[in-house]
Design a protein around this ligand. Structure first.
Ligand code: 13P
Length: 251
């Protein structure tokens, strides 16, 4: 049985002070233990402040990206050590906004995924098609290229530490959630694909999250699907009440 997983991606929202307030609010709301794993991913500048607030709670900390090198002259980038030093345990890799606006490719996703896994961080690897690709019946081909790209050359022992998030680009921030049938179809496709790439054991263990306009009102139906193991939440993770409503659906 896979433990449900809900992560909030705060994107480029919340100053450190605002992030600290939201973290305090979440700490109150999640004071009782639940069954799902809960992670918040604030911007880099707020990670340390949020980490201090969440220390000792059931909430875990994630970053929104990282570089694949250990250190070096890479202006603007952060490394795995920098993240772990302040209590980060998870890192979002290959988000569609990184792929669309910042030249993230399957190759860089693979390097980041490998480095995260090798250094003890859990990568949340994002995959998903644009509306144009869906309408051209390319959803499976795109998702397959994202998955094969991210896991290229990774041995099962290492790859087992990863989490996958299916985020159809057309559903992100648009209010257009994938229907349960659409989500289940792609999640089942991903599970079948990793079974072919690795084996049945891997495919049964891999947690596959859905992301794209998840709200308290639609979370329970999505999380109840056989191959959906939780969600990666954008807009609705910025309000404590909404995020708590979504986590309640996972619990
Ligand atoms: P929304 O929940 O705002 O659609 O964003 C989803 C997302 O991109 C999470 O990474």
């Amino acid at each position: 049985m896979r433990t449900k997983f809900v992560a909030g991606n705060w994107k480029m929202y919340k100053t450190p002070s605002e992030a600290e307030s939201l973290a305090k609010d979440l700490k109150e709301r999640f004071s009782k233990p639940g069954r799902a794993d809960i992670v918040v991913c604030p911007p880099f500048t707020a990670l340390d402040r949020v980490s201090r607030v969440l220390s000792g709670t059931q909430l875990r900390l994630g970053a929104q990206d990282m570089h694949w090198e250990d250190q070096g002259a890479f202006t603007g980038k952060v490394s795995h050590d920098m993240l772990k030093d302040i209590g980060v345990q998870y890192v979002i890799i290959g988000h569609s906004e990184q792929r669309t606006y910042f030249h993230e490719t399957n190759e860089t996703v693979c390097k980041k995924t490998r480095k995260a896994l090798e250094t003890g961080l859990v990568p949340i690897v994002c995959v998903g098609e644009t509306l144009e690709q869906r309408e051209a019946n390319k959803t499976e081909a795109i998702v397959q290229s994202h998955i094969e790209g991210a896991f290229q050359g990774l041995a099962k022992d290492l790859a087992l530490g990863a989490i996958v998030a299916y985020e159809p680009v057309w559903a992100i921030g648009t209010g257009k959630t994938a229907t349960p049938a659409q989500a289940q179809e792609v999640h089942a496709f991903i599970r079948d694909l990793v079974k072919k790439l690795y084996d049945a054991d891997f495919s049964q263990q891999l947690r596959i999250l859905y992301g794209g306009s998840v709200k308290p009102g639609n979370a329970a139906e999505l999380f109840g699907l056989p191959d959906v193991d939780g969600g990666l939440i954008g807009g609705a993770s910025l309000k404590g009440e909404d995020f708590a409503g979504i986590v309640a659906a996972a619990n």
